[in-house]
Design a protein around this ligand. Structure first.
Ligand SMILES: Cc1ncc(COP(=O)(O)O)c(C=O)c1O
Length: 416
């Protein structure tokens, strides 16, 4: 099918859940995507934080070829070597003890929520006083299934589907007093992202994170860290909570875990794990031989290629260049992030949207989250020269925007 036919067919046949950009990709190489006419696009979004090793990485391609010849799926009724190999690597790198494998971020988050409710139930049966309430944060994003959407703050994601799962209260972001006021022995878990992703690349303060840890520990409630966007090395450490020196009881991983194949994981302590018994939770596809083999290859490649240090180094350079740009353009009001999770906040939603479109016109992929936050989640193999290309394009776009804004009488004010 030709591009126009694909667009028409999708419009007729698919549920309208996505507003796709008008570009049709047929291939990828390194940090670039390639469209049907052979044009190369610098990908600073990597499939929303998924393609950590970029496109066509030999470790992934060769593992898929080898493992797909051996075994793709067997169900969780039998053993294969992948889950143990991967669980060994993940437990060593997260500081947690046990793993449950699933297929996506939201499914991992559902697993974490279920674990918290079940663990609280176990503790009640042992005589502890602990309730069933979740404390989530304002601006949080945890996914689209019912439990996940119930703990996701933005009303537009929750309200059309009400009533959502009851027992969730939202705490003001980084507001320690609000956290203390809302915490009680009714709470079974405090839910955080160390750096909020969809919420606008906003890091938790050390004080807030430490207080959440202390409060949870004071009653035996769980501290659950969603590392679906931040985990697996994106921020320069395997998990973003490691920047804080704070250990959660439960964490969730997905996005880059299997280098582009769907795979999620819930990890927890031995203490929490004692609540689970066979048949209580499960999945048909989760942790299949192919996805696990690729995830093992991704972790090994991240280590062999020194990509944690590389993400830190190139990410720091990216932020430094964005700060220099902010010094020249008042429209950039903040630059933040960690490693290769980087953001530049602009002064209007209209400008945010326009910059994404203008970058796409220059064949550079970024996105804008939380209305005004230009977000960069590139592959971990990004180099400084790619950062320079992006900065030069942003400089051009913001200069044009400023020139238009300065001459509104000519009808050129397009970005607000
Ligand atoms: C922090 C966080 N949690 C959960 C999810 C949901 O993951 P998925 O889209 O794989 O269900 C996302 C996706 O953007 C996320 O960023």
């Amino acid at each position: 099918m030709k591009f126009e036919e694909i667009r028409a067919a999708e419009e007729r046949l698919l549920l309208t859940t996505y507003a796709r950009s008008p570009v049709f990709f047929t291939g990828g190489e390194g940090v670039h995507l390639i469209d049907e006419q052979g044009n190369r696009y610098l990908d600073l979004l990597s499939g929303i934080g998924v393609n950590a090793l970029g496109y066509g990485h030999p470790a992934i391609v060769e593992t898929i070829a080898r493992q797909s010849r051996a075994l793709i799926h067997i169900s969780n009724l039998y053993f294969h070597e992948g889950q143990a190999e991967l669980a060994l690597r993940l437990t060593e790198r997260t500081g947690l003890d046990r793993v449950f494998f699933c297929n996506s971020g939201t499914e991992a988050w559902e697993g974490a929520l279920k674990l918290a409710r079940a663990y609280a139930g176990l503790r009640r049966s042992e005589g502890a006083k602990i309730g069933t309430k979740f404390l989530a944060l304002e601006q949080s994003f945890h996914g689209r299934t019912f439990g996940s959407v119930s703990t996701t703050h933005k009303a537009k994601y929750r309200e059309p589907f009400g009533p959502v799962v009851p027992g969730v209260e939202f705490v003001r972001f980084n507001d320690v007093a609000d956290l203390r006021a809302k915490f009680s022995d009714e709470v079974c878990a405090i839910l955080v992202e160390a750096i909020q992703g969809e919420g606008g690349v906003r890091p938790l303060s050390q004080e807030f994170f430490a207080e959440a840890r202390a409060l949870a520990s004071s009653t035996g409630a769980l501290l659950i860290a969603d590392e679906i966007q931040t985990g697996m090395g994106r921020t320069g450490k395997w998990c973003a909570y490691q920047h804080y020196g704070i250990q959660p009881d439960v964490t969730t991983l997905a996005k880059p875990l299997a280098g582009g194949l769907p795979l999620g994981a819930v990890l927890c302590t031995e203490e929490v794990a004692r609540v689970m018994h066979a048949g209580m939770h499960g999945t048909t596809f989760g942790g299949g031989p192919l996805a696990c083999a690729v995830a093992v290859a991704v972790i090994d490649a991240i280590e062999q290629e020194g990509l944690l240090a590389h993400a830190t180094e190139v990410g720091d350079y990216f932020q430094q260049q964005l700060r220099a740009l902010a010094a020249r353009h008042d429209a950039i009001v903040d630059v933040r992030g960690k490693g290769l999770m980087v953001a530049a906040e602009v002064d209007s939603a209209e400008l945010g949207k326009a910059v994404v479109t203008e970058m796409l016109n220059r064949r550079i992929l970024i996105n804008c989250t939380s209305d005004t936050v230009l977000r960069f989640l590139p592959p971990f193999i990004l180099e400084r020269e790619h950062v320079d290309t992006a900065i030069a394009a942003l400089d051009e776009i913001l200069t044009e925007h400023a020139a238009h804004a300065a001459t509104p009488s000519q009808g050129g004010r397009t970005h607000g």
